[in-house]
Design a protein around this ligand. Structure first.
Ligand code: TYD
Length: 206
């Protein structure tokens, strides 16, 4: 089973990934917890360029940026995710194709269908079984990250974060069978209970 966690910056995905991993392991499952960008050695390099590139790189062209995320994804799916799924592990992954659609699409420069095509090509058409969208107002998320304004995207305007949130909601509405939308303003335990119920249901369904 392939589970992805999505949402704006600082909505609590990492905390939820850890809680989900602990619960699944307690159920006796092998869990591979991973993330994009940066889930492979190549991806770590790509992540560094994308999020902490530095002045010598300058402004990254939107197409170049989309291709870097796609390159990270291709390597990650081939090297980590497919082998894990093939041996029956549950993959719990922080961000995937929906991040590219929401973030690169929200930049309003690239056509979302084009971003989808390069992402699908990179991932060899692999889509998650369950995608949890942690939905939270950007101004609330901002209070959670007040002390870690350390990467390029997190420094972007409020408007961009609003566009990302609304893009995610549209994606979820378009694929209701795959998405679980969770109000991320609750406590970590409340949110985890909702996520766990959905995943348990999916496991029971086979
Ligand atoms: P992440 O490490 O998950 O940071 P956060 O804790 O803020 O969620 O993600 C890094 C950034 O990369 C995040 O701002 C979203 C962005 N991103 C894209 O723009 N496109 C993508 O395809 C992916 C996977 C991430």
């Amino acid at each position: 089973m392939f589970i992805t966690l999505e949402g704006g910056d600082s909505v609590g995905k990492t905390t939820q990934a850890a809680l989900l991993e602990d619960w699944l392991m307690g159920e006796g499952r092998e869990v591979v917890r991973t993330r994009e960008p940066g889930g492979t050695p190549l991806g770590v390099e790509v992540r560094r360029i994308l999020l902490h590139g530095g002045d010598e790189i300058g402004a990254v062209d939107p197409r170049a940026e989309a291709l870097l995320y796609a390159a990270d994804r291709a390597q990650h799916i081939a090297q980590v995710v497919r082998p894990a799924l093939a041996r029956g592990a549950v993959v719990v992954q922080d961000r995937y194709i929906d991040s590219s659609l929401a973030y690169q699409g929200a930049g309003r420069v690239l056509d979302v269908d084009e971003v989808r095509r390069i992402s699908e090509w990179a991932a060899q058409g692999l889509w998650p079984d369950v995608t949890v969208l942690f939905d939270l107002a950007p101004e609330v998320a901002a209070t959670r990250r007040a002390s870690r304004e350390d990467d390029r995207l997190e420094a972007e305007q409020q408007e961009f974060h609003e566009a990302v949130r609304s893009a995610y909601r549209d994606l979820a509405a378009a694929s209701p069978g795959r998405f679980l939308i969770v109000d991320a303003s609750g406590t970590p335990e409340e949110i985890h209970a909702i996520v766990r119920a959905r995943v348990a249901e999916r496991i029971a369904a086979g």
